[in-house]
Design a protein around this ligand. Structure first.
Ligand SMILES: Cc1cc2nc3c(=O)[nH]c(=O)nc-3n(C[C@H](O)[C@H](O)[C@H](O)COP(=O)(O)O)c2cc1C
Length: 253
């Protein structure tokens, strides 16, 4: 019986939520990183005796496209699975439905789902400090409920919010750029989930390939990469109303 955590977490917020939930297992866990473009995902074959948690962030109310492509390559076999989306205190619209549909096609058997809040990776003041102690308690209590349902063997049909056709999201029009502090160490190029930063000149960004996931900004050791002040201002102003107040975690069993 192997336990897997499968995640796409460019800046670590999604991983924070997933780590809380996999802590519940209190066991060794195999980690599969959907951010790694070079990994052979078709070599991962969880079976019916295994347990999986899959977590992805909501980008524009959708599941990130490259994460879904990589998830589809995994060959699961009726593996009991908990699906998690993490959002930045605005909304997650069709993300869980898209994740559920993709996971089912890959052979996973979703038992439960969670939409949880983490700090917004573009405007960190939204959802700041989350997941916090209250979130942790709520998520661990939910793991307990999922476990109880599995032991009792309650037959159920998991329903998650969302509609098909999914909300359109073509990506954002702004992309992080490198400033003069860039030392061309190449860490961002090696870590970019979509290969949008050339290894031979990491001060550049392929704007067509970039998905504005903010990973390069969050890992740069000298804080050389970022959005412009104007881009940050526009993002913050545009999201202010929709991201206000404390949004709840939503739990589906
Ligand atoms: C391109 C992009 C689009 C996003 N779209 C949404 C959104 O539609 N709704 C929302 O609440 N948060 C949105 N967020 C915030 C992320 O869902 C949230 O910060 C998440 O924790 C990021 O995951 P990570 O920290 O694992 O990278 C977006 C972030 C990015 C980078």
């Amino acid at each position: 019986m192997t336990k897997y955590k499968i995640m796409f977490s460019p800046t670590g917020g999604t991983k924070k939520v997933l780590d809380i939930m996999t802590d519940y297992w209190n066991d060794d866990v195999v980690e599969i990183d959907l951010c790694d473009p070079n990994f052979d995902f078709s070599s991962v074959k969880p079976g019916p005796e295994d347990s999986v948690m899959i977590a992805v962030p909501s980008f524009g109310g959708r599941a990130p496209e490259c994460a879904m492509e990589r998830l589809s390559q995994i060959q699961a076999d009726k593996t009991p699975t908990v699906l998690i989306t993490v959002y930045g205190n605005r909304a997650y619209e069709d993300t869980l439905l898209e994740l559920k549909t993709t996971a089912e096609k890959a052979g996973f058997m979703p038992l439960a789902a969670v939409a949880a809040v983490a700090q917004h990776s573009i405007v960190p003041k939204f959802g700041e400090g989350r997941p916090d102690a209250e979130d942790r308690k709520e998520l661990l209590d939910f793991c307990e409920k999922i476990q109880a349902a599995r032991i009792i063997g309650i037959p159920h049909f998991l329903k998650v919010p969302g509609t098909y056709p999914y909300k359109e999201f073509k990506g954002l029009s702004f992309h992080p750029a490198a400033g003069k502090e860039c030392t061309k160490c190449g860490l961002c190029a090696r870590s970019c989930p979509v290969g949008a930063i050339p290894e031979d000149d990491p001060s550049q960004t392929d704007r067509k390939a970039c998905i504005t996931c903010m990973r390069c900004v969050s890992i740069c050791p000298v804080q050389a990469r970022g959005l412009s002040r104007l881009e940050k201002f526009v993002a913050e102003t545009g999201l202010k109303k929709a991201c206000s107040g404390r949004k709840p975690n939503e739990l589906f069993l």
